[in-house]
Design a protein around this ligand. Structure first.
Ligand SMILES: Nc1nc2c(c(=O)[nH]1)N[C@H]1C(S)=C(S)[C@@H](COP(=O)(O)O)O[C@H]1N2
Ligand SMILES: [Mo]
Length: 455
């Protein structure tokens, strides 16, 4: 017996054991007659265009001109292919078409030596490649029962790729940061004038000025030819088409700083008033989070028996330490298997062997990160964030359950309900009265904040 066969036997034996001795669903005995001869496609002479998927593979970013969702349900491992990376582009969703020869990065402000760098000059510097996730602060925002039925539209504003570039700290040291310069202002030339304020501490820590994604130059949607990567921090800060870094002594309260990600929470230090409520200002790190990608909303299980439940977990403040899975709506939890590599500020794949008895059940996953942060249930979420949960909706989101949490409350545990016919549905449990239906960026009116600086 060759090792492949014995390996396969072992796999089937283990799987059968996991399934409690039941026959693994969907696997039948076969013979060589079962093998089908495929059609052969003639190779065309000369160089080929960018590789695309087989005609039988339908992978798609759903969404709109301004935001596109990664099809998490169709992917495995932890790397998001560049062409499927989620995107968020403000204003009309315009993309910049930049000639890299002409692109420049200006580093100025409170520095000893203002610099203007060409792409060539940036690429000559010592480089580094790291795998990091990005997550839009607006991710996991239930939109409507139609829009949030699957994991892609419910949680697909997150992706994970390998970025190559130079540490921002290297560029800042080259320019020489002056004393008292505690912030940077990072900007692009896009039509929405996307810009953000970032503390110097982060800029000097692991901020990356990236020009390569998964081994190839950045895709247009990801900010070709140059972007900022702020590992673990909310997506809106990762300025694409980066052309300016100004070293400053205080935050600039850009439109995005003001309108986007100040979170309503129990009063924190330096809180501002956001729509009449105290808001936690400068909440940068994304939360400990996970979601089951199989089985997930919109999928259908062919019948009872063995399934490998799988999904992704991540945390903006470190690595994933543990993922637990519940198949009974959170009554009991068991540890899932974390698949290597388990990287800091990267998606982590988890797997859980499950034998479905064919009865209705609710699947959930819960992430704990290396700092001890635990992903909250929706009820815990509303408690943590001091919001009224009295009209919470339980069960599959329906017309009577339109009120959903906003912003940071969105690290909640996702529930997928499996019905006896194998259908998988979004069984979201929503704290009520939190969401007005306004779009997530610039949704809430910001009050009593310092006014925006002139850039
Ligand atoms: N110049 C520019 N940078 C930008 C944006 C933008 O609209 N313009 N969108 C931001 C937001 S809100 C997010 S979530 C991330 C998304 O990065 P991606 O489109 O590469 O996924 O980019 C950020 N950087
Ligand atoms: Mo975003």
């Amino acid at each position: 017996m060759n090792s492949k066969q014995s390996g396969r036997r072992r796999f089937l034996r283990n799987t059968a054991a996991l399934a409690g001795g039941m026959v693994v669903g969907g696997i039948r005995p076969g013979s060589s007659e079962d093998i089908i001869k495929p059609e052969i496609i003639k190779a065309s002479p000369g160089p080929r265009p960018l590789g695309g998927p087989s005609q039988y593979v339908k992978l798609q970013r759903t969404g709109t001109a301004t935001q596109g969702y990664t099809p998490l349900q169709d992917l495995q491992g932890i790397i998001t292919p560049s062409a499927l990376h989620y995107y968020v582009n403000h204003e009309k969703g315009d993309l910049l078409n930049i000639d890299p020869q002409k692109h420049r990065l200006l580093i100025h402000g409170l520095v000893d030596r203002p610099l203007i760098l060409t792409m060539e000059e940036i690429k000559r510097l010592p480089s580094v490649s790291r795998i990091y996730f990005l997550e839009c602060n607006g991710n996991s925002n239930p939109r409507s029962i139609e829009r949030s039925k699957d994991v892609q539209e419910a949680h697909g504003l997150t992706s994970c790729t390998e970025w190559t570039g130079v540490w921002l700290s290297l560029l800042l040291k080259e320019a020489g940061v002056k004393k008292g310069a505690d912030w940077i202002f990072a900007a692009s030339a896009d039509s929405s004038h996307h810009a953000s304020s970032i503390p110097m501490e982060k800029a000097m820590d692991d901020a990356l000025v990236a020009y390569v994604q998964n081994g190839e130059p950045l895709r247009l949607e990801q900010g070709f030819p140059l972007r900022l990567i702020l590992p673990g921090w909310g997506g809106r800060l990762h300025i694409k088409w980066l052309n300016q870094i100004k070293v400053v002594d205080e935050p600039y309260f850009t439109t995005q700083d003001r309108s986007s990600e100040m979170d309503t929470s129990p009063a924190g230090e330096g809180a501002f008033l956001l729509a009449g409520k105290k808001a936690r200002a400068w909440q940068y790190e994304t939360y400990a989070k996970s979601v089951i990608t199989f089985p997930s909303g919109g999928q259908k299980l062919p019948g009872k028996g063995f399934y490998e439940v799988t999904g992704l977990a991540w945390s903006g403040s470190g690595a994933v330490r543990k993922v637990e899975v519940s198949t009974d709506g959170g009554k009991s939890w068991k540890d899932a298997q974390l698949q290597e590599p388990v990287l800091v500020k990267a998606h982590t794949r988890f797997r859980y062997a499950w034998n479905w008895n064919g009865e209705e059940c609710v699947l959930q996953s819960r992430c704990t990160d290396t700092n001890g942060n635990v992903q909250p249930s929706t009820t815990e979420t509303s408690k943590n964030w001091d919001v009224d949960n009295s009209q919470a909706c339980v069960g599959v989101m329906g017309d009577d359950c339109k009120k959903v949490p906003r912003r940071a409350d969105r690290a909640y545990i996702q529930s997928w309900k499996v019905t006896p016919d194998g259908s998988v549905l979004n069984a979201f449990v929503a704290p009520a009265d939190l969401y007005s239906g306004a779009s997530f960026h610039g949704g809430g009116a910001v009050r009593e904040l310092p006014s925006e600086h002139e850039h």
